[in-house]
Write a protein that binds this ligand. Structure first.
Ligand SMILES: Cc1cc2nc3c(=O)[nH]c(=O)nc-3n(C[C@H](O)[C@H](O)[C@H](O)COP(=O)(O)OP(=O)(O)OC[C@H]3O[C@@H](n4cnc5c(N)ncnc54)[C@H](O)[C@@H]3O)c2cc1C
Length: 481
């Protein structure tokens, strides 16, 4: 065991034996065994998948199994002014769900029932801890399916997807999580339970608090039940095409032209040459032509084949070497290249996966800006993009456990470049801890203040996920944990 491991173990042992704080005693008295101070539980909650961790160790983890558990936790925490960090599966990549000193972790993972599938009205009612892919698999037995498909769909929860407004590969055609959420049951910071939205296909009564909750990263309330829109499976095939391009500029050009041509792919994903090489190595595929970038497109519906043919024509006119997947196995193999990106990146070193979004027609300019940042800072930034949405995931690679200062400087330039092109700091991952310093630059002072006031209305004592999203101070005044 390393010195560091020893230090961590000792620290946790002390916490475990220390007298329990009044709030943990009160929670235990009210909730019993669902309140855990097991060292493994506390240690796991200090991390998410950003690679960063919280300072210190949380007070306890409440493994909620009912709305009552959530409501009681928030009521007691609010009375005692103790911070609560909602947590789904902890796959977030911006430090939104990790918890440290003095904080209660409120895990929704055990609230994982699918309550109703209504194939006439086309919705499903679920608890927040349902894994996205479990819901989709269950729906498919009823001839239905769930559109939000983050690359983490087999490990992330629907509640976490809602709280981050997660995107995914098929969002290009079917929309991000917000488009799938009809109604939510939410526990407020006070412990009160409210229902926002409605299960009808339409409805405009009052302000749209459902949309406000989606993407609020656990800072406004805790989602305890969701009614989500589902799609009926339609007969018709899916066509899959892919192309290797001699340069990223040509690949980006092809994607922008496909978008501009009003062709509507279901999936349009792009990998630059470094990402292609890493994935080919990881999957032990024959090497791709040197320097080549990869574009994967899937079309669906009755015009799937014709649309794919038109897309191949655009790809070839931009210098791509395009091919159709002749069988389902070939299509699956091509999609696997894209879905293997995250594990492939981890073989290159420590990674900080970024997430900016620009207008779909500005991909070429954004790739040029990334290339300039690489040269200026002498770093490599492999990029994968949900090109159909203009959403890029540049991965910063380094060999230290946490990002060195040069990476933060380069990331800051990346965000500015996206904003300058009319884009945004985050297309789908959220703000969390990672991007809070840059929030004001995109929102401007007036809107940032308005958003802080909204937070204050929902959470007057600031107990819900404090320090996440709304702490937009300059980085040197508010160092990362
Ligand atoms: C390999 C990999 C691939 C990924 N691919 C994608 C992708 O394609 N698209 C994408 O958008 N993201 C992606 N992500 C990021 C991540 O999976 C998503 O952000 C996901 O939505 C997080 O879900 P979770 O259950 O893990 O939530 P957590 O990480 O536990 O929490 C995320 C945030 O939501 C809050 N929260 C969680 N549950 C609730 C609740 N019930 N009520 C209120 N707040 C809550 C937390 O406080 C936190 O702020 C990927 C991550 C990994 C590791």
């Amino acid at each position: 065991m390393s010195v560091t491991d020893n230090a961590v173990d000792t620290d946790l042992a002390v916490v475990d034996k220390a007298p329990e704080s009044a709030i943990v005693i009160a929670l235990r008295a009210a909730l019993g065994d669902v309140v855990s101070t097991l060292p493994d539980d506390l240690a796991a909650a200090r991390w998410d998948r950003s690679g960063l961790s919280a300072a210190g160790t949380p007070l306890c983890v409440v493994h909620a199994t009912s709305v009552d558990d959530v409501s009681t936790t928030l009521r007691l925490a609010n009375q005692s002014r103790v911070a609560v960090v909602p947590r789904g599966a902890g796959t977030g990549v911006v430090g939104g769900s990790f918890a440290g000193t003095g904080e209660i972790v409120l895990s929704l993972a055990r609230m994982n029932r699918i309550i109703e599938i209504n194939d006439v009205e086309r919705y499903a009612v679920v608890e927040p801890g349902v894994i996205n892919d479990h819901l989709d698999q269950e729906l498919r037995k009823h001839g239905l399916w769930f559109a939000p498909d983050p690359a983490s769909r087999d490990i992330s929860t629907v509640g976490g997807n809602i709280a981050t407004n997660a995107g995914g590969l098929m969002c290009t055609k079917y929309g991000v999580t917000r488009e799938a959420v009809l109604s939510l049951q939410v526990v407020l910071a006070s412990g009160e339970v409210i229902r926002v939205g409605r299960a009808t296909a339409k409805g405009v009564t009052g302000l749209d608090l459902t949309a406000l909750m989606v993407g609020s990263e656990g800072t406004l309330g805790v989602v305890v039940e969701a009614t989500v829109r589902v799609h009926r499976q339609v007969p018709g095939s899916v066509s899959t095409v892919s192309a290797y391009f001699p340069s990223i500029r040509q690949a980006a050009q092809a994607c922008s032209e496909i978008s501009a041509a009003n062709l509507q792919p279901m999936i349009m994903e792009m990998l630059d040459d470094r990402a292609v090489t890493a994935v080919h190595d990881y999957l032990e595929l024959p090497p791709a032509p040197p320097g080549s970038s990869h574009v994967l497109v899937q079309t669906d519906g009755v015009s799937a084949h014709d649309d794919a043919m038109a897309i191949v024509a655009v790809m070839e006119s931009c210098g791509g070497n395009a091919s159709f997947a002749a069988t389902e196995e070939e299509a699956h193999a091509l999609v696997r290249i894209r879905r293997s990106l995250h594990p492939a990146m981890t073989t290159l070193g420590t990674t900080l996966i970024e997430d900016v979004c620009v207008p779909r027609t500005k991909l070429v300019e954004m790739f040029a800006a990334i290339s300039a940042i690489e040269q200026k800072y002498d770093i490599v930034i492999p990029v994968v993009a949900h090109a159909g949405d203009g959403n890029l995931h540049p991965s910063f690679i380094f060999d230290t456990p946490e990002p060195p200062e040069v990476i933060w400087q380069a990331a800051g330039e990346l965000f500015h470049a996206a904003l300058d092109l009319g884009g945004t700091l985050t297309g789908e991952h959220g703000v969390g801890v990672l991007k809070r310093h840059w929030l004001g630059e995109e929102l401007g002072d007036t809107q940032l203040k308005l958003q802080e006031q909204i937070k204050q209305v929902f959470d007057p004592h600031g107990i819900l996920n404090p320090g996440k999203v709304f702490a937009a101070k300059p980085r040197d005044e508010h160092p990362l944990p």
